[in-house]
Design a binder for this molecule. Structure first.
Ligand code: HEM
Length: 399
């Protein structure tokens, strides 16, 4: 427990965003309660850090790279190098970010990826649907984004489960050592992929051609820059999608009337996706205070860490009245920021939305009578993402 000398006593709240007892049962109720206190407060946990507890202020901090740097994006900072471009600030950030937004997620590439979402989902469901039951995280929500990434990298499916295992260790390993081991395995794997791909003449997938063609200040990317950017896609684009899909699926499994409404009227699905992203937000992101300053009347010191939780930001009643209720017709559901805001706003957001829409339409249509398995005991964990450890489901003949 750490309280810096510049922090006034009345701003100290014993808030542990990773390990508080309430997280296992209902992380969002716990986060929503934090919006009832000061807009900015100090948590003495994890070495001590500020917490931003209003929707509007989280949005402001995300956008304000002049006062809040991306130098550290996790609390505590993990014992591994940060990836490009997440840990960079403008203007350096923009030089690399452009490669992702213009080339990796170009309209042409996105067209291919959208087809891949439907194809990968259909392949997984072809096996699962007749079974009448599954553990949704392991059987669908984790393999799907790994398969998408493999297609982006031009790699075959046979490494999917190994890569999925490393990602699970990285984000949900039981110890710092296990998380680091998962990271190192995945990093080495991507390094080997890159060296092999660079040695060949062909340009498989979407990522390698984009990285090869990229120029930063009139020079090509170095091999290590390419490696870091590929690792960024793995680190940012797999566990997030797994978590978000799982929360959406749990909600529709527990709410048959909503499920029927969505199946009867697919026009509701886009707003339902936004509302579920708001209600069940997942991302806990950090910033670092650049210089001593006063923010919202609070004295902050250079180097202080600041937690911006999109999970918390979706539950501030000042911005979203009756925030714990899922309201498919909520008029301002889109004003939430599940993908961040400002220079680092998620470049994978479009793809993630396609995945979630496909889940609430074509996947759902294949699971009549969907419900949580009676024996299931649902447990949440929190870190950089808020996740369910497992989601046992039954439907149709499996009930
Ligand atoms: C539901 C799924 C997803 C959620 C909730 C999510 C959330 C976020 C958030 C909140 C950020 C901003 C981080 C910051 O401000 O520091 C971010 C950045 C990023 N995301 Fe996503 N993301 C998702 C899916 C994806 C996917 C599918 C990909 C790629 C395949 C991806 C790639 C990235 C990258 C590369 C960044 C860093 C961008 C930068 O620093 O400029 N994300 N994501």
């Amino acid at each position: 427990m750490h309280v810096s000398s510049h922090v006034p006593d009345d701003l100290v709240v014993d808030f542990d965003y990773r390990y508080a007892d309430e997280i296992a049962g209902d992380p969002w109720a716990f986060l929503a309660r934090q919006t009832e206190g000061p807009g900015v407060f100090w948590s003495p946990r994890h070495g001590g850090h500020w917490v931003i507890a209003r929707t509007a202020l989280v949005d402001e901090v995300f956008r304000d790279h002049e006062r809040f740097s991306n130098g550290k994006v996790a609390i505590p900072a993990p014992p591994r190098p940060q990836s490009i471009p997440a840990s960079m600030d403008p203007p350096e950030h923009g030089r690399y970010r452009r490669i992702l937004s213009r080339h990796v997620f170009s309209p042409k590439a996105l067209g291919t990826l959208v087809d891949d979402v439907h194809a990968v989902g259909a392949t997984l469901m072809a096996d699962l649907a007749p079974q009448g039951r599954c553990e949704f995280v392991a059987d669908f929500a984790r393999p799907l984004p790994v398969s998408l990434l493999l297609r982006m990298l031009g790699l075959p499916e046979d490494v999917r489960d190994t890569l999925a295992l490393w990602v699970r260790q990285m984000f949900h390993g039981g110890s710092v050592d296990e998380a680091l081991a998962g990271y190192q395995e995945a990093f080495a794997f991507l390094g080997a992929w890159l060296d092999d791909a660079l040695a060949r003449e062909d340009d498989p997938g979407i990522v390698l051609p984009a990285l090869r063609a990229a120029r930063v200040q009139d020079r090509p990317l170095t091999r290590d820059e390419m490696h870091s950017m590929a690792m960024m896609l793995l680190g940012a684009g797999v566990d997030t999608v797994t978590s978000q899909m799982t929360h959406c699926m749990r909600y529709v499994a527990e709410n048959p009337a909503v499920r029927q409404r969505l199946l009867d009227d697919p026009g509701l699905v886009p707003n339902a996706v936004e509302e579920l992203l708001r209600r069940y937000g997942i991302a806990n992101i950090a910033r670092v205070v650049r210089d001593d300053m006063v923010y919202e009347g609070v004295a902050m010191r250079a180097g202080d860490l600041v937690l911006c939780s999109t999970a918390l930001a979706g539950l501030d009643a000042r911005s979203f009245p009756d925030p714990m209720t899922v309201d498919l017709d909520r008029p301002n559901a889109k004003e939430h920021m599940p993908f961040g805001a400002g220079p680092h706003i998620c470049p994978g957001a479009y793809l993630a939305r396609v995945v979630l829409k496909s889940l609430l339409t074509e996947v759902l249509a294949q699971l009549p009578g969907l419900a949580i398995a009676p024996e299931a005991r649902l447990t949440h964990v929190s870190g950089m993402t808020v996740s369910l450890t497992a989601l046992p489901l039954v439907w149709g003949a499996g009930q």
